[in-house]
Each structure stands twice: as structure tokens, then as C-alpha cells.
Ligand binder design. Structure first.
Ligand SMILES: NC(=O)c1ccc[n+]([C@@H]2O[C@H](COP(=O)([O-])OP(=O)(O)OC[C@H]3O[C@@H](n4cnc5c(N)ncnc54)[C@H](O)[C@@H]3O)[C@@H](O)[C@H]2O)c1
Length: 251
């Protein structure tokens, strides 16, 4: 990398939870960061966090529902027009329902698969040409323990979408390795998010009992792992799935 050359990273679902932690970490590291956020109010709220004058050339906000494939293509073009390169993509946006098998209808199935899996494929597909051009790229897919172990607390559609992300990561990793592009999966469980803080304390304590490390994870623990995978030193790692779950799943 040339001196003063800044890498450009796109993070989907970057307004809260893990996505925000990942994007914030990238900003701190001096990367240029594109925050992809579904709704306008959340986008404006997130923009407020990065108002410092010195950050204005380092952050970009794009309103996008990641299940909109044409929207993905426009977003990628917008970033390329503005900043001329895309080095890192974190497919983090996701939705999760706990609907029992018997009650999942086609609409809900399609929604979960679209947001979690279809977007991962098409966003990755859309950034490949820019990464190939530079012979360097990092794609990180935020999957879940749900895609590995099929826990009862996640719907079948959610687990299928998250398992699909793991498979996609391996296919992309193999196909893109000759171009210096690595593709990895992060599989978290029980990481603290605003949603978790709203949980009934007794239920949360019960859940913590099932975690060997007897605590929940912090978003920073996930974002540091993502930063490693997005770095130069992460370059010998591809097609891998990183468990970050307090020991809940050991394999
Ligand atoms: N927190 C955990 O313990 C945990 C565990 C397993 C997996 N994950 C995965 O990590 C990722 C982030 O989860 P989180 O815990 O921060 O959850 P979260 O609900 O706080 O964040 C999800 C983000 O995705 C965005 N999003 C949802 N649908 C979207 C769409 N159609 N278009 C654009 N953005 C959309 C949301 O607005 C939000 O910003 C998800 O993919 C989730 O499945 C998290």
C-alpha cells in the first residue's frame, strides 16, 4: 500500500450493534468507511456520531435495504465514483425471527433469506471487480452459531440463511484466492447488543449459565476480530469460520 493511501470499507447494518462497532473500529483505524443503513432516521442518528470536521472525508452514509439488488449495485457505484476503490466489505446486516417451523410462511422465509443470504451473495459479487483490479480484498460475512448448531432459539430460516453464508464464504474464498482476496466468516453468539439490554434479567442470567465463560460477549471483541481479518496480517486466512461465542460451541 502506498503511503497515505486509505483503504475503503463498506459495512452493512452499521447503525447499531455489531455493525456499528465494526464501522467505528475501522474509522478509528483511519479507514474510509461507508455506513450502509436501511432507514433514514437511523442513518441521520448515526451520522450525528461522526460530525467532527476531521472525519468528514472519512465517512459516507448510504441508505439501502440490502435485499434490494439494484440498490446494492447503485451503492457500489456511488462508492466507486466518490472514493475510487473498495477494499473491504463486511456483510453484517441481518434479521432474526424465532418463529416455530410450523408457523414460518413463504413471505417470512423469503424475507429472512433475502436480507441475510441473498444480500451477502450480491453485495460480494458487486465489489469483486474493484477488489480484483487492485489484487487485494477482504470480505467478512457475519454469520451466527445458528448457522452451525441449529439452536432452538433461532428460526429454521435464520439458521439456514446463516449456514448459507458459511458455504458462500468458502465458495468465494476458493474462487477469489488467486486475486489476493480473502473471504471469511465470523460466527458469534450472545454478544451484547441494544436488544439484549432489553431482555428480562432473569432470562438473560439463565442464558449466561449456558455459556462456559459465564458472561456475554462485547461488540468490541467481535469488531477487533473483524479488524484482524480485514488487515494485511489477516491475509493468510481465507475460507475460515471464526467462532466467538464464549465457548458455547466447541468443534
Ligand atoms: N449479537 C449477537 O450475539 C449475534 C449472534 C449471532 C449472529 N449475529 C449476527 O450479527 C449481525 C449483527 O447483529 P446484531 O446483534 O448487531 O443485531 P442488530 O439487530 O442490532 O443489527 C442488525 C443490523 O442489520 C440491519 N438490517 C436489518 N435488515 C436490514 C436490511 N434489509 N437492509 C439493511 N440493513 C438491515 C439493522 O438495521 C441493524 O443495523 C447479524 O447478521 C446477526 O445475525 C449476532
Amino acid at each position: 500500500m502506498q503511503m497515505n493511501e486509505q483503504r475503503v470499507a463498506i459495512v452493512t447494518g452499521a447503525n447499531k450493534g455489531l455493525g456499528l462497532a465494526v464501522a467505528e473500529n475501522f474509522v478509528k483505524e483511519g479507514k474510509k468507511v461507508v455506513f450502509v443503513i436501511r432507514n433514514k432516521a437511523n442513518l441521520e442518528q448515526t451520522r450525528q456520531r461522526f460530525q467532527q470536521e476531521e472525519l468528514q472525508k472519512q465517512v459516507m452514509f448510504i441508505q439501502l435495504d440490502v435485499s434490494d439488488i439494484n440498490g446494492i449495485k447503485s451503492a457500489v457505484n456511488e462508492v466507486l465514483n466518490e472514493w475510487g476503490r473498495i477494499d473491504i466489505l463486511v456483510n453484517n446486516a441481518g434479521i432474526r425471527f424465532e418463529t416455530p417451523i410450523e408457523e414460518i410462511d413463504e413471505e417470512e422465509w423469503d424475507q429472512v433469506l433475502s436480507v441475510n443470504l441473498k444480500s451477502t451473495f450480491f453485495f460480494s459479487q458487486a465489489v469483486i471487480p474493484a477488489m480484483k483490479e487492485r489484487g487485494w480484498g477482504r470480505i467478512i460475512n457475519m454469520s451466527s452459531i445458528g448457522g452451525q448448531a441449529g439452536p432452538l432459539t433461532s428460526g429454521a430460516h435464520y439458521s439456514a440463511s446463516k449456514a448459507g453464508q458459511i458455504a458462500l464464504s468458502k465458495v468465494f474464498a476458493r474462487s477469489l484466492a488467486p486475486y489476493g482476496i480473502t473471504v471469511n466468516t465470523v460466527a458469534p453468539a450472545a454478544i451484547r447488543t441494544p436488544e439484549m439490554d432489553k431482555m428480562d434479567p432473569a432470562k438473560l442470567a439463565q442464558m449466561v449459565e449456558t455459556i462456559p465463560l459465564r458472561r456475554v460477549g462485547e461488540p468490541r471483541e467481535v469488531s477487533d476480530l473483524v479488524s484482524y481479518l480485514a488487515s494485511d496480517t489477516g491475509g493468510f486466512t481465507t475460507g475460515a469460520t471464526f467462532d466467538i461465542n464464549g465457548g458455547r460451541l466447541m468443534r
